[in-house]
Design a protein around this ligand. Structure first.
Ligand code: DQQ
Length: 537
């Protein structure tokens, strides 16, 4: 393959070439899924941003269309940045997005379909009233930190609400606007929520959840409904969230105790995953999460390959039974790409062993493995309570550092001689009165090429290894590994650039480098078919 094609994916969403970043305005209309995305039509680097557009019947295979929103008005001459779709009454989609005006100020604009009988929604018309929300000295909004309107929700008083990301000095804010007609918007006195010291909140998202995979429409309020506020922290490039309550009489978000201090705790994904956005899929009554995964290559190298960025596989998202965190799982449609399966019966994975999973195409695969360690916890290492940063812990205790129980897990995108591999694994510790499970994705050996960023990622996984299995599912696709631990309680996505473990040379292994044996209670692996993604007919 030519260098530009080496790291392209076979079933992840990407345009045929050029730069892509945030997913925008995902929705479903007349049975068709729509994805818009931040795109540079002129090259592989960020710039000249338009809303590119694709549609799909299954969220897996996508057809490209012409750009839906591109600079054409005063309110967006310098770029059409991120935003969201809202379904107005009677199935009327409306897009709110950020435009960059002639003075390079960030303003919010409205666009609606030209022809509602076209399920592809090819043509979009901008409101003659644009811009609808602007920064002014009176409203004290900083014109370079005012962007990314959310999907709006309808209050019991018949008024729409939307939030827009903002910061004032170091205070991150979710500014709240209200409107009766979706055109005239008034800024509320108070933001929906704000936190001192976080820096800019990009791409906020605000939506109701319940502890069942059945999703809720964005305007749902009531008994037993919790709300999630997600922000993309510009300073750290992490998507963090808090769970709480939407006090709709006051129009404020009240996070659960301890849930939101500086958004320091919960992340959708502990690897690469940014500027994400959910939407309510009214066809299948579920909430779906899209997120952007950027390159770990140097700028020089992604420019040389002629493209940059992929979208993560859409994930179902819901509230965990504990109420303390969200759970994510690849949408079931992805399983239609599963082709050749290899299954393993229950086996022992002896201390020190590395076993190849043969019979699949390991460069594009779906692997689901469960481990049992309950009877193997005598030698477990002690947990030091000062270890509060799982990423740091994973980088200190990588795949080649022997422990009592663990590391054990998968070596993916591995070369035959194991000179190259990405290790996704668990390690167990004993804290005072509970076990601590660490999940890591160690990229340090992922490529013989020195240049890509190989930061190790890590997360604590809220699973009790004494009573529960430890499951790990990884979606492997040439240069992406998306891993789901504990049935979706912790997700870690990484980008890797093997030089040997390419195409048919890639291998998959299951390994145990801990002192204790562990049991594999089940393991299935599938070759994944290519999806048809944005191919011009
Ligand atoms: N990307 C967009 C902005 C947003 C940022 C510009 C997040 O609207 O804040 O391409 O990645």
């Amino acid at each position: 393959a030519s260098p530009s094609q080496t790291y392209r994916t076979s079933y992840h969403f990407q345009p045929p070439k050029n730069w892509m970043n945030d997913p925008n305005g995902p929705t479903v209309y007349k049975g068709l899924y729509h994805l818009f995305y931040q795109y540079n039509p002129l090259g592989p680097d960020w710039g000249n941003i338009v809303w590119a557009h694709s549609t799909s019947k299954d969220l897996i295979n996508w057809n490209p269309h012409k750009a839906a929103i591109f600079p054409s008005q005063k309110g967006d001459v310098n770029g059409c940045w991120s935003g969201s779709t809202t379904m107005l009454r009677g199935e009327n989609p409306a897009i709110l997005y950020t435009g960059i005006d002639p003075k390079n100020q960030q303003v919010q604009n409205l666009a609606v379909p030209r022809n509602l009988s076209d399920p592809y929604l090819i043509e979009w018309v901008k409101s003659p009233y644009n811009p609808l929300m602007t920064p002014t000295p009176e409203n004290k909004i900083n014109s370079s930190s005012f962007r990314d309107p959310t999907t709006a929700w309808l209050g019991p008083d018949g008024r729409w609400r939307v939030i827009v990301g903002n910061k004032l000095n170091r205070r991150g804010k979710a500014l709240l606007y209200r409107s009766k007609d979706f055109v005239r918007w008034t800024k509320a006195q108070h933001p929906l929520y704000s936190i001192q010291g976080t820096g800019m909140w990009e791409c906020p998202d605000f939506y109701p959840v319940s502890s069942s995979p059945i999703g809720l429409d964005t305007s749902t309020i009531g008994e037993g409904v919790k709300h999630v506020l997600k922000v993309s922290l510009d300073d750290t490039k992490h998507d963090q969230y808090a769970i709480g309550t939407y006090a709709h009489s006051k129009d404020v978000f009240v996070p659960n105790a301890g849930a939101a201090e500086k958004f320091s705790g919960l992340r959708y994904d502990y690897g690469k995953f940014y500027a994400s956005k959910t939407f309510y899929d009214s066809l299948k009554k579920r909430r779906i999460l899209w997120g952007w995964i950027n390159e770990s290559l140097s700028r020089e190298d992604y420019i040389a390959q002629g493209w940059s960025g992929v979208q993560a596989i859409p994930r179902l998202i819901w509230l965990d039974k504990s109420g303390k965190q969200l759970v994510q799982w690849p949408i079931s449609e992805i399983e239609t790409l599963r082709q050749k399966k290899v299954g393993y019966p229950r086996t022992q994975l002896k201390s020190g062993s590395t076993v190849e999973v043969q019979g699949i195409k390991a460069a594009q695969a779906d692997v689901d493995v469960s481990f049992q360690v309950a009877s193997q916890l005598e030698q477990v290492d002690a947990f030091d309570p000062s270890w509060t940063d799982p990423q740091l812990l994973c980088s200190q205790k990588g795949a080649s550092v022997r422990g009592g129980t663990g590391p054990f897990g998968l070596k993916v995108l591995a070369s035959k001689d194991l000179q190259e591999y990405t290790a996704v694994f668990f390690r167990i510790f004993k804290a005072q009165n509970k076990y601590v499970v660490l999940m890591c994705s160690d990229q340090s050996r992922s490529s013989l090429n020195e240049k890509p960023d190989k930061t190790t990622y890590g997360a604590f996984l809220d699973v009790d290894p004494l009573h529960e299995e430890l499951s790990l599912r990884s979606l492997i696709d040439h240069s992406i590994v998306e891993s789901f631990g504990g049935k979706g309680k912790a997700c870690i996505t990484s980008r890797v650039y093997p030089t040997k473990a390419l195409g048919n040379e890639a291998r998959l292994y299951v390994f145990n480098y801990g002192k204790a044996n562990v049991a594999i209670s089940s393991m299935n692996a599938w070759t994944m078919k290519n999806a048809s993604i944005n191919r011009k007919n």
